[in-house]
Ligand binder design. Structure first.
Ligand code: SAH
Ligand code: TMP
Ligand code: ZN
Length: 406
């Protein structure tokens, strides 16, 4: 039995998605033969409530100079990060020479708002290609993984931070205690940590099992976050739900006893108990719902094939890799996936090798059905694609249930 990455207790597996490729491992034909697969199995820790993967590929295998996720591809996310930065600046930064650090700063989507205000900042971004985009915009970015060693170096070089921020990256990191020690070493005694990630509560209620893929080693809840930080003398002081990525939670944390704990924390923790997020039974039920979702989606796509309908995937998201491979969605069910990210275009989807083509290919010849792999950007995409619908195009979504939206 494997051990919890947060508290070391033994953990219980509750679902396996079988052999899966890298979520962002879009590849070209010559790479098919050497494609990497690993068993995607999910476990629950009864001691600290952290839901986590049993195994994860090495960080360098996922985050390198060919990383294919560029944060700036979504305009709604760009607006979200502007608000995130404004909120931190107005609530937590003192006027005199504040210093902000971000983990997983990617192309600078959030730090640019601090840079614009001439606030001292530093991003840790190990994927060289996305880090280079940030650097070219004048955003101070260190191309390295955040860990205890690099954080201590940064503290001696730049001083201590008023705020340490992270979005959609804490859930990527298996060596949590090295990160905790790094944050503790780098944070001012009066500073705060704010991070957000897809929220376990939403994943369970929406059966959004596609949030489970190689990069997401942890699926956090307020309970598991509280337990993790308590080990390091920190306190959860606020929990703020976010609509992003199909339902996320922002956690605000401070050295214990330094700040008032918002009432939201007690409320969120109580809701998690009531919703069974601390109970293995909830996750065995979740497994059944996931299996049902797979059966429904396969049945629908098989019917379309029988009726000779054209089906195209919309947005080659990393999340879609789990759905495509778990449901065995082969290229005879999905003609291609349309995506706006240049480095994905002309490649093939991980595992099932569905062609990924430019967005123009979707616009040029609308399919009968578009399978919405980017369901977390549904509002933005539906606003953009009014014409597709007006010409009779229909959407297929699978979160929270498999259905056709005409
Ligand atoms: N914060 C951005 C990017 C999220 S993707 C957003 O929300 O859109 C996760 C990013 O974290 C990737 O760019 C990846 O390279 C980076 N990353 C992965 N492990 C990391 C680590 N240990 N320290 C810092 N960044 C890391
Ligand atoms: P995400 O779900 O991890 O944020 O990934 C978003 C992916 O979806 C990225 O590859 C870009 C793509 N995308 C489109 O192709 N069209 C769109 O309108 C949006 C919002 C995203
Ligand atoms: Zn644990």
């Amino acid at each position: 039995m494997t051990q919890c990455i947060s508290c070391n207790h033994s953990i219980e597996p509750f679902i396996s998605f079988g052999k899966q490729p890298l979520g962002n491992g879009f590849l070209s034909k010559p790479q098919f033969k050497s494609e990497y697969f690993f068993e995607l199995e999910v476990c629950f820790c009864q001691s600290c409530s952290l839901v986590q993967l049993a195994n994860q590929p090495k960080p360098e295998q996922m985050f390198n100079d060919a990383y294919s996720f560029f944060s700036g591809t979504s305009t709604k996310m760009a607006q979200h990060f502007e608000r995130f930065a404004d909120d931190i600046a107005s609530r937590y930064l003192k006027p005199h020479d504040p210093f902000v650090v971000e983990l997983g700063s990617n192309d600078g989507i959030m730090l640019q708002h601090f840079a614009k205000r001439k606030i001292r900042h530093l991003g840790f971004e190990p994927s060289a290609n996305v880090a280079a985009v940030a650097q070219s915009k004048g955003i101070n970015t260190r191309c390295s993984f955040f860990n205890q060693k690099h954080a201590s170096h940064a503290a001696s070089e730049f001083g201590h931070a008023d705020a340490i921020l992270a979005a959609n990256v804490m859930c990527h990191i298996p060596y949590l205690h090295s990160v905790m020690e790094g944050m503790t070493a780098l944070l001012k005694p009066t500073g705060i940590i704010a991070f957000e990630d897809p929220y376990l509560g939403d994943i369970v209620t929406k059966i959004s099992y596609d949030q489970i893929y190689d990069e997401h080693v942890s699926l956090f809840s307020a309970t598991s976050v509280k337990n993790l930080f308590e080990h390091h003398g920190m306190e959860l002081i606020d929990t703020i739900p976010q609509p992003t990525h199909g339902g996320s939670m922002r956690y605000v944390i401070a050295p214990k006893g330094t700040r008032k704990v918002a009432s939201s924390v007690t409320e969120t923790l109580a809701r998690e108990v009531a919703n069974g997020l601390g109970s293995l039974k909830t996750f065995t039920r979740f497994k059944k719902s996931v299996e049902q979702s797979r059966a429904d989606l396969k049945q629908l796509l098989n019917t379309f094939r029988k009726d000779h309908k054209r089906v195209v995937g919309y947005a080659a998201t990393s999340k879609s890799t789990t759905v495509i491979n778990y449901c065995s969605l082969t290229p005879d069910l999905i003609e291609f996936i349309s995506d706006t990210t240049p480095i994905k275009q002309g490649k093939f989807s991980p595992g099932m090798h569905i062609p990924v083509l430019s967005y123009e290919r979707f616009k040029e010849n609308y399919p009968d059905f578009a399978l919405l792999f980017g369901w977390n950007h549904q509002q933005e995409i539906f606003e953009k694609e009014k014409e597709y619908r007006s010409q009779g195009g229909q959407w297929v979504v699978y979160v929270p249930r498999v259905e056709i939206i005409g």
